[in-house]
Design a protein around this ligand. Structure first.
Ligand code: C5P
Length: 321
């Protein structure tokens, strides 16, 4: 006969296992493109890119829980609460379904996403949520999917999704999904000015094409100055090297961003640019104290909805609980 004490221990172990199986929390960072060089349009309609991504410490949290019934249910709080699609229209939902299909398991998960990354803001918030969901569901469903397979699924979901898993600083080529790590020294202090309302990424790429007006476009490239700045942790040089080919298009669609960039420059930002396809504007500060001053000035000037500070680079999506 098993002892009562043994039964109690077994039952404790059992319930601990259950607890670890029923909920997984993943933290996943936003990105900023230090350089976004947009080349010609490819036959699949995407643009050939050479970009340098940096993951920054502004995070969404994805919580995956074992549901009481099969299916995928998604809830969202924070940025974009009440405005984002909660079904197939949401990339995180599609990420859960894609992983389930790949793994050959039933798609059963309650997903909750707490968002701090602005929506349609050019900081890859939707991509971050998809990457976080892949990782959270993989842990919840105990699949242990190899990293390369997760990266391939991520690339299937969107051009920026692999980088949200990767993190750090990396060069992205192809559509942006093909990544090479970049060694980076120290940390950079960023200030982000979040705008009212988002910009649609396809619309910004479309406007970029319209502004180019059929002119031939050189192959995209990463500048030596930028690589040197990142390798040396040189914020002054980084400020000079920041460049985004989508910026003229984002400014054409949202002229008020010009003023946001000007205010940051007036208050001594080492460099400024529209983040990705915008409308978030990113500023590099000298150090933490300067980033606080810049944040206060941008807030007081009323040229943006709100301001966030973050350091980069930070690691990609991680299970934190
Ligand atoms: O890959 P993803 O679905 O995130 O891309 C969103 C849109 O951005 C694409 O439909 C396309 O209009 C544009 N895009 C592009 N070239 C890229 C990446 C994105 O034209 N390299």
């Amino acid at each position: 006969m098993p002892s009562r004490e043994g039964a109690r221990r077994r039952s404790e172990r059992h319930s601990l296992r259950d607890v670890s199986k029923t909920s997984v929390t993943v933290r996943v960072p936003a990105k900023v493109n230090l350089q976004l060089s947009v080349g010609p349009v490819r036959s699949d309609g995407y643009h050939e890119l050479a970009t340098v991504f940096q993951a920054v410490g502004l995070y969404d949290e994805v919580i995956a829980r074992t549901p009481s019934e099969p299916g995928i249910r998604l809830t969202i709080s924070g940025e974009g609460e009440g405005t984002l699609p909660l079904g197939e229209g949401n990339l995180a939902y599609r990420a859960a379904r894609l992983l389930a299909e790949h793994a050959g398991v039933e798609a059963a998960v309650d997903l909750h996403i707490h968002k701090a990354i602005p929506i349609a803001g050019g900081m890859a918030g939707g991509s971050a949520d998809a990457a976080g969901t892949l990782l959270a569901c993989d842990a919840l469903w105990r699949q242990g999917t190899p990293r390369e397979e997760l990266m391939a699924l991520a690339a299937e979901l969107g051009s920026d999704v692999p980088f949200a898993l990767h993190g750090g600083t990396a060069i992205g080529t192809g559509r942006g999904e093909s990544l090479t790590s970049v060694l980076s020294r120290g940390e950079f202090h960023w200030v982000f000015a979040l705008a009212d309302g988002g910009l649609s990424t396809p619309a910004v790429y479309g406007e970029c094409d319209r502004l180019r007006d059929g002119r031939s476009v050189p192959d995209p490239y990463v500048s030596d100055m930028l690589m040197q700045a990142v390798r040396a942790g040189d914020a002054v040089l980084l400020g000079k090297a920041l460049h985004n080919d989508l910026q003229p298009a984002a400014l054409a669609l949202r002229p008020a961003l010009r003023q946001t960039l000007e205010v940051g420059e007036d208050y001594g930002a080492l460099g400024s640019l529209v983040s990705g396809s915008g409308p978030t504007c990113a500023f590099v500060a000298r150090d933490e104290e300067h980033s606080l001053d810049l944040a206060v000035s941008l807030t007081a000037s009323g040229v943006c909805r709100t301001v966030r500070r973050a350091v980069g680079p930070v690691p990609g999506a991680r299970v934190i609980g």
